[in-house]
Design a protein around this ligand. Structure first.
Ligand code: ASP
Length: 316
């Protein structure tokens, strides 16, 4: 086959106020470009699974995102990351949830896919796997003084520990979950999503990001999708699988992602979802109902990475 590899990534959906200054925003957008370039680099020898793994890994180590090194803290001031990855060729899935001592969480999810016969491993079991494959890191690599100070100031202002987490997450700007979708030279599709979850979430809470159908889906011949936003709504809408079903029924990719975002808005209100997708012909699309969503994409031979942030920024 003579297909040009395509990759698209996102750095989370949320509000523009999340960025403390222009330098912060630029660092965030540059990280997306780096992730696309990293994904395209492996496309020369690797497949779509390698492309999304590499792109998400880059963002997990970057520290500018709510994933890996940059993961936000839960209500108890702890890290709890979720991640999932899917291979469109045979619908293989690997996922982890509530993981504390790992930066490269997407690689751990991929180990679940490739080294076990499970789909989703949580908590201590996932950490044990991380130890066995050299992915376990001490907590100090994930928690720093900035995060602790931010956490302390946020909890100080809480009226109650039972305050609605979706409202809190929206109020603090959301943004920062990372995801990637890719088409490789052989026409295979893959998707990956990784997150520290919503800030101040209840300990043990699992969002959409490790759940296939909700936070991601990839199916050869149709499309690959990665989601971001308030996980509870994304799960209830089965947003990623909903896009795939529409495309399977002949809806254009761009219309499909928009229809699903409109559906979530109609059911649950706005400010809670963003989607990126690539189809088996290499078309890329994105849609979101938040103020901003960092997203970037490129295709082999295009020689540039298109990066966008606001709704009207040029992007497929
Ligand atoms: N979807 C993620 C979660 O609910 C958060 C996000 O995308 O910002 O855990």
């Amino acid at each position: 086959m003579n297909i040009k590899a395509v990759i698209a990534v996102h750095g989370g959906a949320g509000s523009a106020g999340y960025f403390i200054n222009e330098e912060h925003r630029q660092r965030y957008l540059n990280g997306l470009i780096n992730a696309v370039n990293a994904g395209l680099e492996v496309a020369k020898q690797g497949n779509a699974l390698d492309m999304v793994t590499e792109a998400v890994t880059t963002m997990e180590y970057d520290g500018s995102y709510d994933a890996g090194k940059g993961s936000v803290l839960n209500l108890y001031g702890e890290i709890e990351q979720d991640a999932g990855i899917m291979w469109g060729k045979d619908l293989s899935v690997g996922a982890v949830a509530s993981v504390k001592h790992v930066i490269n969480t997407i690689r751990l999810a991929r180990l679940v896919m490739e080294k076990t016969d499970h789909v989703l491993i949580t908590g201590n079991g996932a950490e044990e796997l991380a130890k066995q494959f050299g992915l376990w890191v001490p907590y100090v690599e994930l928690i720093n003084e900035n995060k602790i100070n931010r956490y302390k100031s946020l909890v100080r202002n809480l009226r109650s520990r039972y305050e609605k987490n979706a409202d809190l997450a929206k109020g603090f700007g959301l943004t920062g979950t990372v995801g990637a979708v890719a088409l490789d030279r052989d026409g295979n599709l893959a998707a990956a999503t990784s997150t520290g979850g919503t800030i101040l979430k209840w300990p043990g809470r699992v969002g959409d990001s490790p759940l296939p159908g909700a936070g991601y889906w990839a199916e050869n011949g149709i499309c690959a999708v990665s989601a971001t936003g308030i996980g509870e709504f994304i799960i209830r809408a089965m947003a990623s699988l909903r896009v795939v079903t529409l495309v399977k029924n002949g809806i254009r990719l761009g219309d499909a992602v928009k229809q699903v975002v409109d559906y979530v808005t109609k059911m649950f209100g706005s400010g809670n979802i963003g989607l990126i997708a690539v189809d088996s012909s290499g078309n890329v699309a994105s849609s979101f109902n938040t103020e901003v969503m960092g997203r970037a994409w490129s295709r082999e031979g295009m020689n540039k990475v298109v990066v966008a942030h606001h709704p009207n920024d040029p992007f497929p």
